[in-house]
Design a protein around this ligand. Structure first.
Ligand SMILES: Nc1ncnc2c1ncn2[C@@H]1O[C@H](COP(=O)(O)OP(=O)(O)O)[C@@H](O)[C@H]1O
Ligand SMILES: [Mg+2]
Length: 471
């Protein structure tokens, strides 16, 4: 964090100082909520969670070098006591980003936020010091913590913003007002909670409503290929920059194809030129993510060549998203178990099909959560797509939704042993251990709650010390 005295922080968050002998002492280290991440100079934010209460760690974090605790009650060590720690954290983040000279880039969407945020950061950091959301810390706590990790040197702050309902993005943009706002797509993630696609669009579009006007530098980066995102142009005063494969996009891809290993390759066009990209990431869905990142980078002054080079070299920074590992016996494991929704299921299956040409392909799939009324139809459609793409074997893991996946495949013309339904992850592992042959490609994917990464991990352990070619 930029250095701030405890007195200054207390004033910003409207808190009372307790047990602080010298309020001019500065916080110089990161603001953290996990006691294990405390460094000398840190401010520790004490949250009372379901299982642990951060206040219980007050003594320990101060011994580890924390300057003070941001707390909701006195804790016997230096503390700034506030009514609500989350609100205080937000206020501190707002104060700090206002003082930073950094350009704030925020992004949201139904699928691909984390992948795209990682791409944006990997492109921008070639130009100037960049701080970005670690993993998926995109909520009302993760966002301020990320913003607070910026320093005086930071030029670009790239923030993932998640929403599970109306008003969420508006709250987040209130904490860290972006100059550039990117909306990736409006899909079906959390549709059950939102109540429908229109509502999701309404919620995601709060990002572009929060942008400054065009003459004040505001830029809305919108997906030209997604009608609900494209339509957000009317909800912003910012300049609109479109990305996508459609001809009207300002930043677009031509000659998109997947290499034999499932990696997208295309010619990138930006208003400043064109250049070829071959990605290290797997799956066609990354084309859209890459174009989004390219649009942001273009806006921030990077040339098409610089952007293309950065996109071609970018790797996976966050785990279990199309993480490809070759086992020594020639079996390829594609671990995309981080999460799933209908769009990403389709993209992953297409990548599997591309990677699996001439090889046996396995799709080990579990349920896609939170689909509301569309759950049956969407699982059925994914099962059918697996057959249409000629996936050799579908292993549907879990109960009700898995049976819909398997039934979809069955009804599309897969029969006998080409699609199977197993009860749980262990059953899937047992089946695969006995059936996998050298050369097979295995995709593992389901919603987060299913925890199918355990299947990928077990399969990798089976193959002994597989060289991790994960990117
Ligand atoms: N543009 C995209 N369209 C559809 N699915 C995507 C896209 N980008 C990534 N995915 C897939 O969606 C899942 C979640 O990706 P992630 O980047 O973590 O998104 P988010 O942060 O929005 O949850 C992964 O399985 C990934 O492969
Ligand atoms: Mg995420």
């Amino acid at each position: 964090m930029i250095a701030l005295s405890l007195a200054e922080i207390a004033a910003v968050v409207g808190g009372q100082t307790h047990d602080i002998p010298d309020p001019s002492v500065q916080v110089t280290g990161p603001v953290v909520r996990d006691s294990r991440e405390v460094e000398p100079g840190s401010l520790f934010a004490a949250f009372a969670g379901e299982r642990v209460d951060g206040h219980d760690f007050a003594q320990q974090v101060v011994e580890a070098g924390a300057v003070a605790v941001l707390a909701s009650r006195p804790v016997g060590v230096p503390a700034i006591v506030v009514a609500d720690v989350q609100t205080a954290l937000g206020a501190l983040a707002r104060h700090v980003v206002r003082r930073l000279g950094a350009t704030l880039v925020a992004l949201t969407g139904s699928a691909g936020k984390t992948s795209t945020k990682d791409l944006v950061a990997q492109v921008l950091r070639r130009k100037a010091p960049t701080v970005f959301t670690p993993g998926s810390f995109n909520n009302e706590i993760g966002l301020p913590l990320t913003a607070l990790s910026a320093t005086e040197e930071t030029k670009f702050l790239v923030l993932e913003m998640g929403a599970r309902g109306l008003g969420h993005i508006r709250y987040l943009t209130g904490l860290t007002p972006p100059r550039i706002g990117l909306v990736l797509n409006v899909g079906t993630a959390h549709i059950g909670e939102f109540g429908g696609r229109e509502q999701i669009a309404q919620a995601k579009g709060e990002l572009v409503e929060a942008l400054p006007a065009a003459d004040a530098g505001g830029v809305a980066v919108l997906n030209a290929d997604d009608p609900l995102v494209r339509a957000m142009a009317s909800r912003t005063k910012a300049k609109v920059l479109l990305f996508g494969e459609s001809a009207e996009a300002d930043v677009r891809a031509e000659n998109v194809r997947l290499t034999d290993s499932g990696q997208p390759s295309f010619r990138l066009h930006t208003p400043s030129g064109a250049s070829d990209v071959t990605m290290r990431l797997y799956g066609e869905h990354h084309v859209s993510n890459a174009l989004a990142a390219a649009a942001v980078a273009h806006e921030l002054g990077m040339s098409a060549e610089e952007i293309a080079t950065a996109l071609s070299e970018a790797g996976t920074l966050s785990r279990w998203r199309m993480e490809v590992t070759e086992r020594p016996d020639g079996v390829t494991i594609v671990n995309d178990a981080y999460n799933a929704n209908p769009e990403s299921m389709r993209a992953a299956l297409r990548a599997l099909a591309a990677m699996g040409q001439g090889r046996r392909t396995w799709a080990v799939l579990g349920k896609m959560a939170e689909l509301g009324d569309e759950a049956l139809a969407e699982h059925d459609a994914v099962g059918r797509l697996a057959v249409r793409l000629n996936v050799s074997k579908l292993v549907a893991v879990g109960d009700r939704e898995a049976s819909w996946l398997q039934l979809g495949a069955y009804n599309e013309g897969s029969w006998g042993e080409e699609s199977v339904h197993v009860s749980d992850a262990q059953a899937a592992v047992d089946l695969l251990r006995s059936e996998l042959r050298p050369g097979d490609v295995v995709l593992v994917k389901a919603s987060r709650s299913v925890g199918l990464e355990s299947v990928a991990q077990a399969l990798l352990a089976t193959g002994a010390e597989g060289e991790v070619a994960a990117r």
